[in-house]
Design a protein around this ligand. Structure first.
Ligand SMILES: C[S@@+](CC[C@H](N)C(=O)[O-])C[C@H]1O[C@@H](n2cnc3c(N)ncnc32)[C@H](O)[C@@H]1O
Length: 252
């Protein structure tokens, strides 16, 4: 896993710098930022930070940010970007509880990363253990109902997207996520799970769900990137807003 992300870190970062990642920058990223709301002064942990996109958004809004990623190269590239007060660490999200005390953070965020990790149940539980009581976790994943192991747009003769064909929704586990149009095509490891499974992981880790969002592009985003039109028709991403359930110790 670490090696897979290390190998694509440079091309991923160069693609983003070249404006290729407008789904993130113009569409679901701003929706997730908006859902986080006021973060000024909060101790915030960004999980699977990559080259730091979401961590930078949060520190600019006044949060005290710690950001972790498994890939040393991603973290190197994050540190080479804008100089902002972000505490970057190379770390496996599933093992965070070994590095941070319980209650160390007020809020955690994760932008399309937890769906790239092989053991989300462990990661949810690790995040829960480093959040304070009632702490929040706001995270995005690719939409489990449309990001299935088989997905293809049926096109008409002019190449226009007609409808999205999906299959194998109930096949859970590892698959390769293809990236094209980023200079060189590449794949990254992804893990598909059903919506039912995601909700079970969230609840089993001790969170309760405050809300979810299935973002659609804004009219401004559509104007600058007309091909986001497909995201007006089917949901590509899901953003969850969850909080730690208060466990009240039983009196003996
Ligand atoms: C699609 S990238 C997203 C990066 C960033 N959040 C963004 O929005 O640009 C997914 C990131 O998850 C990281 N990752 C995968 N497994 C991980 C794990 N077990 N612990 C921490 N980070 C992990 C990868 O190294 C990669 O940087």
């Amino acid at each position: 896993m670490r090696q897979a992300w290390d190998e694509v870190a440079d091309i991923y970062t160069a693609g983003q710098a070249a404006g290729r990642d407008y789904y993130r920058y113009a569409f679901f990223g701003p929706a997730q930022v908006q859902l986080c709301g006021e973060v000024r002064g909060l101790r915030l942990l960004d999980v699977g930070c990559g080259n730091g996109y979401f961590a930078r958004e949060m520190v600019r809004r006044g949060a005290h940010v710690t950001a972790i990623d498994l890939s040393p190269r991603m973290v190197e590239l994050a540190e080479a970007q804008e100089v902002l007060a972000i505490d970057y660490r190379v770390m496996d999200a599933a093992r965070m509880a070994e590095s941070f005390p319980s209650g160390a953070f007020d809020i955690a965020t994760s932008c399309i990363s937890i769906c790239d990790m092989p053991d989300p149940a462990k990661v949810f539980s690790a995040i829960h253990s480093v959040l304070r009581p009632n702490g929040r976790f706001v995270f995005s994943i690719t939409h489990p109902c449309t990001d299935t192991p088989y997905r293809r747009w049926e096109r008409d003769r002019a190449g226009r997207k007609q409808w999205l064909c999906i299959d194998r929704y109930f096949e859970q586990g590892a698959y390769e996520y293809p990236w094209s149009g980023w200079g060189r095509d590449f794949v990254t490891p992804g893990f598909h799970a059903t919506l039912e499974q995601w909700i079970a992981w969230i609840l089993e880790a001790g969170f309760q769900i405050r809300g979810i969002r299935e973002p659609q592009p804004t009219s401004d985003a559509l104007q600058s990137h007309p091909d986001l039109e497909d995201a007006m028709r089917v949901p590509y991403f899901m953003i969850f807003d969850v909080t730690c359930r208060n466990i009240i110790p039983r009196e003996e």
